[in-house]
Write a new protein. Structure first.
Length: 456
């Protein structure tokens, strides 16, 4: 970010500089006290469990200035900027910083499933031809996405920003900050349906990503999604569809897998070009089609896009394939929803050369649909011919029931990760492939860690 003076920060946030030098130069803005240093502005977020104002003292010792919702200690000469709400002030600063990069082409990515992998694929496709900044990890929330704006540099020509939401009104705030020039919506699923109640509501909220579109704004839609396909050509800006169906603007033909790579023909009108990606599954092909569409829109040649796509890597705990000698582990433990879990089961079936084992934990935030959705995943697993199922958590007992009633012969359920691992350890066979997946709150990465440690 471009340096700002303390007095300018007070002006942007509508705050008051209580003390300290108004000419203090701020070169970076941090909400994690462990990341502050000389030239930092510390943003102490007041959460439900922890009020980060308690870390201000140490941050000042480390050379930072600070925002605050309280008064400064008597006699302090360090820069304290008092604001009504530190998170809101941080978002105002993020919007201000974003507005200073008028020539930057910003791509916002949202959707119920696959935001991070699609973001990574688009950033890879652009990376050879452009200087690209992307969301690091999964910083797509009200706090994380705002902080991402501070990572934009003068050298960046494009930014690929992940934008997540789980409540009404959240996307509005994110759009006010990021103001995407282009947007990609991966799908409309049932993640967060407990809060948003219907898929129609989810789609309506996701569409708020286009809130600040100008006349040149383009929305890239997954045309295979039964909800998103209804929007094509009906919005007051250009829409471009991508998917496996021939009715899409960008679609794939002749898909083939070899090892851990996938090749396909990207068809656009009369144009057909062969691409390869270092990833498996038709969902990865869709992500690549979105990336190709965005790359061409940003005027990159197909050869440059292909070189970029070959640099793609899955983010940690997202369908990472780990070869451990006699067994293979698919670490997809970051999060889970019904749609994403079914996709991961497809990958498990595709990758497996020997026995296929799925370790599935509870999928959270499904509200009244939790039991039926878990059951449906179990039935889907049985239909795919997965050999064994191990479930973790009370909701996943419904997954076990769906699988057993669907014909899966080897199904066991456990209360926690430790119990599940102890059983799993005893049923591993040479050449087997193990998928591990569950909602973030289930911490199924614990199972992956034990598998890796004990099968090196």
């Amino acid at each position: 970010m471009k340096p700002l003076k303390a007095e300018k920060i007070a002006e942007i946030t509508g705050g008051e500089l209580l003390c300290g030098d108004p000419d203090t130069i701020i070169t970076n803005i941090q909400y994690d006290s462990r990341s502050v240093g000389e030239g930092s502005l510390f943003v102490p977020i007041k959460g439900e469990k922890v009020d980060a104002h308690k870390f201000i003292g140490q941050c000042l010792v480390n050379g930072a200035a600070t925002l605050t919702q309280y008064d400064a200690p008597e006699g302090s000469d360090k820069p304290y900027i008092k604001v009504k709400d530190t998170l809101a002030a941080m978002q105002e600063l993020a919007a201000f910083v974003r507005s200073g990069f008028g020539g930057l082409r910003l791509v916002g990515v949202t959707g119920s499933v696959g935001k991070t992998s699609t973001k990574e694929m688009i950033a890879a496709a652009l990376s050879v031809g452009l200087d690209v900044m992307k969301t690091q990890g999964n910083k797509n929330s009200q706090i994380g996405m705002a902080s991402t704006m501070f990572d934009i540099g003068c050298e960046n020509e494009a930014a690929v920003i992940e934008m997540g939401m789980s409540e009404f009104g959240e996307m509005d705030k994110l759009a006010d900050i990021a103001r995407p020039d282009y947007a990609v919506i991966t799908n409309i699923g049932k993640a967060h349906i407990e809060n948003l109640r219907t898929q129609a509501n989810i789609m309506s909220e996701k569409l708020r990503i286009t809130k600040h579109f100008g006349k040149d704004g383009i929305l890239f839609l997954n045309g295979d999604d039964e909800n998103l396909c209804t929007l094509y050509g009906k919005l007051p800006f250009r829409t471009v569809s991508f998917g496996l169906g021939e009715g899409n603007d960008y679609y794939a033909e002749d898909i083939s897998e070899e090892g851990f790579s996938t090749s396909f023909d990207c068809v656009t009108g009369e144009k057909k070009v062969r691409f390869s990606i270092p990833a498996l599954g038709v969902h990865s092909v869709r992500n690549a089609l979105a990336a190709i569409a965005v790359g061409r829109t940003l005027e990159l040649d197909d050869e440059i896009i292909q070189k970029g796509l070959l640099t793609y890597k899955n983010a940690p705990m997202r369908q990472q394939i780990i070869s451990l000698g006699k067994i293979t582990v698919i670490d997809d433990s970051y999060n889970a929803s019904p749609e994403a879990t079914k996709v991961s089961l497809d990958v498990l079936k595709s990758v497996s050369k020997g026995e296929s084992i799925a370790v599935l934990a509870d999928m959270l935030e499904l509200g009244e649909q939790a039991q039926s959705e878990h059951y449906g995943v179990g039935a889907y697993l049985a239909g795919k011919g997965i050999d064994k199922l191990v479930t973790v958590g009370p909701l996943s007992e419904n997954t076990a029931k769906g699988a057993a009633e669907g014909g899966c012969k080897n199904v066991r359920s456990f209360a926690d990760n430790n119990e599940a691992y102890e059983y799993l350890r005893d049923i591993l066979t040479d050449g087997c492939t193990v998928l591990v997946k569950g909602s973030r709150g289930m911490h199924t990465e614990e199972i992956v860690k034990k598998l890796v440690e004990n099968n090196k």
